[in-house]
Design a protein around this ligand. Sequence first.
Ligand SMILES: [Zn+2]
Length: 490
Amino acid sequence: MSVELLINVTPSETRVALVENGVLQEVHLERERNRGIVGNIYLGKVSRVLPGMQAAFVNIGMEKAAFLHASDIIFHEEYGEEIAEQRSLQTRDIRDLVREGQYILVQVVKDPLGTKGARLTTDITLPSRYLVFMPDSSHVGVSQRIEDEAERERLKGIVEQYCSDQGGFIIRTAAEGVGEDELKQDTIFLSKLWAKLVKKKKKTRKEGIIYQDLNLAYRILRDFVGAELEQIRIDSKLTYQQLHAFTEEFVPELTERMSYYPGERPIFDLFNVETEIQKALERKVELKSGGYLIIDQTEAMTTIDVNTGAFVGHRALEETIFNTNIEATQAIARQLRLRNLGGIIIIDFIDMQSEDHRRRVLNGLELALHRDRAKTNINGFSALGLVEMTRKRTRESLEHILCDECVVCKGRGSLKTVETVCFEILREIVRVNRAYDADKFVVYSAPSVSEALLNDEFHSLGELELFIGKQIKVQSESLYTQEQFDVVMM
Ligand SMILES: [Zn+2]
């Protein structure tokens, strides 16, 4: 298996494609505009203490002073008992907690908005893929969302071994089922990162940024620690240099596999990545055998319908159906990753009589999902013959990141037919004619509707003119969508 990352960088957007054996499997993207500063860590200087509000303004080197409330100068409950007594700090006066001119390490919890500055906490946390690092703590906590008691113990046991006196960890929900080696890599990464941050803080003499939450390209590399990545190509010289420095420090084994891509062709033309992304937004997915999938994403779940292609001979039917379903398992696994579909997924395979075939299709699906880094769970065939499965939601789906609801059909996915719209227009003319006294009417409608009114529905229109005794003009409006029209009185 050859695994490659392509990183496409523009000032406004970073996109990462994961390609396995020449086939696009995952797309990650981040837009600069949506990034904000939440998670950033600053050395701040207390500029004013406001006893009335039990808060302080802190200068973090941005235009607007940031806001630190007394209640945000606290410690995590997970910090353990030795710190717990200090929680009485909460009830103390802001004037006892900070003083003007004091330098403190703060982290942004809320982006600045309009006239408001950023909101801060002194409760610093550093997240990685599976863990959150908490300096000043020696405690290991487990996310409440990991419910299995044995799994909680296992995770805790592993992470405790790698705790240092530098800090403690919270084990994130994403860590469920993750192996020791990956967790260990995460603890090493975070400890190194914290050490670097402390060093920077010591050298810093005035207010300003100490640590910026990793952008997408860094996060991806961090998350691929220990993975069998063969090549990483980056189409921006600057980003390449930054990532090179980053991996040298944190993920040395990746450094030599990284290269700058100065190619003539856009990097996402390699392996047809750009085309594949477009295709991943369509409902229909073609299978090589001639069959196809129809994928529908709704609020509650995703449904995938498997279909055979053209007519298949009777004798070969059972075998053809089986083969198409098997092929579909591969395609489904890929689409789930590529589109990043999470939550409940219902698959309607083509009906199979043979119990053996059904079992083998389930096995095939399980096998195909094996490379997915998101956790999946297959429930098997339901009473109605549908396969129910779940896939852990991680980021938003590709469609939700890239698309808005269609303004023409408002997400319905279909349009009223030309004929339906024509009849609506005719009814509207009758209604308006009853209510108002007009000399004549002009109908503005989409070209397809106007054309139908003047051709297929010409007789209906003519009869209506006679019936109301008034002239009706039809005007084509090229910017109108098929369902849109206006009836104007003259
Ligand atoms: Zn639509």
